[in-house]
Structures are given as structure tokens and as C-alpha cells.
Design a binder for this molecule. Structure first.
Ligand code: ZN
Length: 398
């Protein structure tokens, strides 16, 4: 084969592998459609990749006919996603077919610290790998979702005070040192947005805003299919948009931020006299059980968040606002007033009216986004004709 033919073949292989990676799995006919390559080229390359252990095929049906579904093989590697929340840790292990092979959550104490929480995360991850019969070597990378703005270049929180006990911690470096795998750190709402646009309700959209209403409030912005982070990772930090100029001082040092009005302490304080000391989880449960006081607090939060999201909607003009986070588990109690406030605040248009919908992925959005971040950041080796080009994680024969 001449050099140019060989590089063309390699480019076609890369195109096919990247296309399978993007969709998780496609039939050969769909691969022809998605890549624009000829059926013969797709068939030859899929056979080669199958022989090299890069892809797997399974029989499936399309329009009532049998077809071969092509997915990236498990031996290409696993991606780990770690979501560190205010009160819990969630880990998912996913493969390149976009299947989650293991998932687990662990409660974390109030105001937990970086060192102990990262230790717990590593122990949990190693245990999960053991249970699925995999080793750390097979993990192509670890994605971490943090409830704070993150400078993705360094993996550090870019605004001090937002996450106590985590300031000045080089999360990416600390974790990479512990597990010797590539680590990618991002803001949780950004990763929720990435998951929704890849796997969730945003799959049909190029521009969307994902709102995470939880202990604090944040938003992830997707523009033209890509997460927009801004220069310091603070894009979409709606929790720190000032809504009350004379309001309380926020963790970030500013006054009257949205989080001082709808963050967990601001929701729980007004319930103390009537309901006693509740956790955010109790408020969600009681609102779902019809408790008027808890429902009122959540609904008012929805309206306050919606007014800020309307501003974001005007700035970005997305097709869709997806609402996730713990408070979204109250369904219409949060989302109806949030939607009403958004629609009242954006310019109505006939071309593409803005929709406001609940997250399809629920509490899993952020951790699935962390897995997706790793998959997107990892290049699958496709140079099959060279010796020693086995995919990462492939076990040596014998
Ligand atoms: Zn603030």
C-alpha cells in the first residue's frame, strides 16, 4: 500500500472510530450515512477494527430487519466519572459504548474537606473496578464534577470561598498522583449540560442552558454543541448573580447573590419556626408529599431562579432550558414557576420558542457528564498496522 493510501485508510479508520464514539453505537448502514464513506470501505474497516479488538458487533434490529450494531470494545477502556456534591459522592464507570457498567453513591458530611473526600473517592472507585473485574490500568481517564467554578486548565476552583475546605487544592493533580490516570475536572452544571446535550433531553439541540438547582444554583451553557466555560470557568455561575443589592453577604464575598436567596440555608431558615430543623432532602420529600410550606419555599425559589435564567436566555438565545439538581425532583413545584419567570423575561419569538423542561437524567446528569468528558477527551488509537498498537487496557496474550 502506498503512503497516501495508508494515511487515507488511517484517516477513514479515525473517522469511523470517532463516529462510533460520538454515538455510542451505530449499525454499519448508519455508519455509512454518518461518515459519508462507501459501504465497502465501512465494511472493510469495521472488519479490521473487529480483528484488532477495537470494536465489538452485536446483532440488533433496525426497521424490523437484522443489522450489526458496532460499538467500541470494552477492552478499549473504561471512563470513570466522580461527582462531588455538598452531601454526597457519586461515581459511575462507563465504557465507550456509552453504557454505565457500575454506579454508586456515598453520603458525605456537611462541609467535607478535599483530602478525606478524595481519599473516599479513590477507595470507592478501586472497589467498583474490582467488582466489575477491571483494573485501574483499564481506566482511560477520570472526570470530576465539582459544585464550584473550575479553571479546567489547572483543575482548581477559580473562585475562593465557594467550596470551603477545597480552596487552593489542585484537585486534578492530587487525584492524578493518587491513581496515575489522566484527570479532567469541571464544574458540575457544565457536566450536567454536557450529559443532557449528549444523552438527555438536549440531544436534538445545539444551544441549551442546563440549570442545576441544589444546595447552590449553577448553570451550564452549551453553544453549538460545545460547553461554554468562559476564560476562568465562571460562565453560567448564576448562583452569584446579584438579585438583592441590599441582601446578605454571599460566600463569594458579594452581596445579595441568587444563592443567598435560593441556596440551601436560605430555603431552610424560613421553615425553622414552622417545621423545625430540616435538611434539603426533607424539604424535597415534604414538597412532594404536598406540604404547603415546603412547596411554597421551592416554588418561590423556582421563580427567583427563573428571573435570573431569563437574563441568561436573553444573552444566549438557547432552544431549551433543562432543569436538574435536587430541587428539580419536586417536578412542577419548582419548574412551573421557574418556566413562567423565564418566559416572562425573554423576548418571545415565533421561530424557535424557548422550552423549559426537566432533566431526563435526574440526579445522574453530572456524573454521566463526567464520564462523557473523559470519553470526549480520550483518543482511541487506530494505527492498527503498526506493531504494539494495541488499545490501552488490552491484556497481553498468554
Ligand atoms: Zn455569591
Amino acid at each position: 500500500m502506498s503512503g497516501s493510501q495508508s494515511s487515507l485508510r488511517e484517516a477513514n479508520r479515525t473517522l469511523i472510530v470517532e463516529t462510533i464514539k460520538q454515538y455510542g453505537g451505530l449499525t454499519q448502514v448508519e455508519l455509512v450515512g454518518a461518515t459519508g464513506l462507501s459501504p465497502a470501505t465501512v465494511s472493510t474497516i469495521v472488519k479490521e477494527l473487529l480483528g484488532a479488538g477495537v470494536v465489538d458487533t452485536q446483532t440488533t434490529t433496525r426497521s424490523g430487519r437484522r443489522a450489526q450494531m458496532v460499538t467500541l470494545a470494552r477492552q478499549v477502556g473504561l471512563a470513570a466519572g466522580i461527582q462531588i456534591g455538598h452531601r454526597h459522592l457519586r461515581i459511575a464507570l462507563g465504557d465507550f459504548a456509552h453504557d454505565v457498567v457500575a454506579e454508586q453513591t456515598l453520603p458525605l458530611p456537611h462541609e467535607h474537606r478535599a483530602d478525606t473526600s478524595l481519599d473516599r473517592a479513590v477507595l470507592l472507585l478501586v472497589g467498583m473496578l474490582e467488582r466489575v473485574g477491571a483494573s485501574l490500568d483499564e481506566v482511560v481517564g477520570v472526570g470530576v464534577a465539582l459544585p464550584a467554578p473550575v479553571d479546567t486548565a489547572t483543575g482548581m476552583i477559580s473562585v475562593r470561598g465557594v467550596m470551603r475546605g477545597w480552596d487552593d487544592v489542585h484537585v486534578g493533580t492530587v487525584l492524578a498522583k493518587r491513581i496515575a490516570r489522566p484527570v479532567y475536572v469541571d464544574n458540575d452544571a457544565n457536566l450536567g449540560a454536557l450529559a443532557e446535550v449528549t444523552l438527555g433531553v438536549g440531544r436534538e439541540h445545539r444551544d441549551l442552558v442546563y440549570v442545576r438547582a441544589s444546595y447552590g444554583t449553577g448553570a451550564g451553557i452549551v453553544i453549538n454543541g460545545q460547553v461554554h466555560r468562559g476564560i476562568a470557568g465562571t460562565a453560567g455561575e448564576i448562583g452569584h448573580v446579584q438579585v438583592e443589592p441590599q441582601g446578605d453577604i454571599c460566600r463569594c464575598g458579594s452581596r445579595g447573590c441568587l444563592d443567598t436567596v435560593v441556596g440551601a440555608p436560605a430555603l431552610l431558615d424560613p421553615l425553622r419556626a414552622s417545621h423545625g430543623t430540616l435538611a434539603l432532602r426533607d424539604v424535597v420529600q415534604r414538597a412532594n408529599a404536598g406540604d404547603p410550606g415546603c412547596s411554597r419555599v421551592v416554588a418561590d425559589a423556582g421563580a427567583a431562579i427563573g428571573r435570573v435564567v431569563a437574563g441568561l436566555g436573553m444573552a444566549i438565545n438557547p432552544q431549551c432550558v433543562v432543569v436538574g439538581g435536587e430541587l428539580a425532583e419536586t417536578g412542577g413545584t419548582l419548574i412551573d414557576p421557574l418556566r413562567a419567570a423565564v418566559l416572562r423575561g425573554v423576548l418571545p419569538n415565533e421561530i424557535a420558542p424557548l422550552t423549559v423542561v426537566p432533566s431526563a437524567l435526574g440526579a445522574r446528569a453530572e456524573v454521566l457528564g463526567a464520564v462523557e468528558l473523559v470519553l470526549r477527551s480520550t483518543e482511541v488509537p487506530v494505527r492498527l498496522d503498526e506493531p504494539g498498537a494495541a488499545p490501552p487496557g488490552a491484556r497481553a496474550a498468554g
